[in-house]
Ligand binder design. Structure first.
Ligand code: ZN
Length: 110
């Protein structure tokens, strides 16, 4: 696993990665969700609507391009734009984790 996984919670139920299709602990996966503008984003905590889960891994991001699990997880039609949004969000999230090692820590009670 990449080092970024260490920043994520390891507890919780399992979910299927929409990239590689393997089951993983939910806390080790990134959560993809539509925001208010119907754009796919990486979210750190659950909002409204269904989520898709993906490893913090560039290989899984590449597989997102042809993933059928993405539409299945989100229960809606996925366009090429959505795939692009998800890939961009995933890549920038990983870049952020690498440049800011404190990112990803919970700030409970803030
Ligand atoms: Zn994966």
């Amino acid at each position: 696993m990449p080092d970024v996984a260490q920043h994520l919670n390891t507890d919780g139920p399992t979910r299927t990665c929409v990239g590689c299709g393997r089951r993983e602990r939910q806390g080790l996966l990134l959560r993809l969700q539509f925001d208010g503008d119907a754009r796919l984003q990486i979210v750190s905590r659950p909002g409204h609507g269904r989520s898709a889960y993906i490893h913090a891994d560039a290989t899984c991001r590449t597989r997102l391009r042809k993933s059928r699990l993405l539409a299945k997880s989100l229960r809606r039609a996925i366009t090429e734009d959505h795939r692009q949004q998800a890939a961009v969000a995933h890549e920038s999230y990983l870049a952020q984790l690498q440049t800011d090692p404190t990112n990803g820590h919970e700030t409970a009670g803030a």
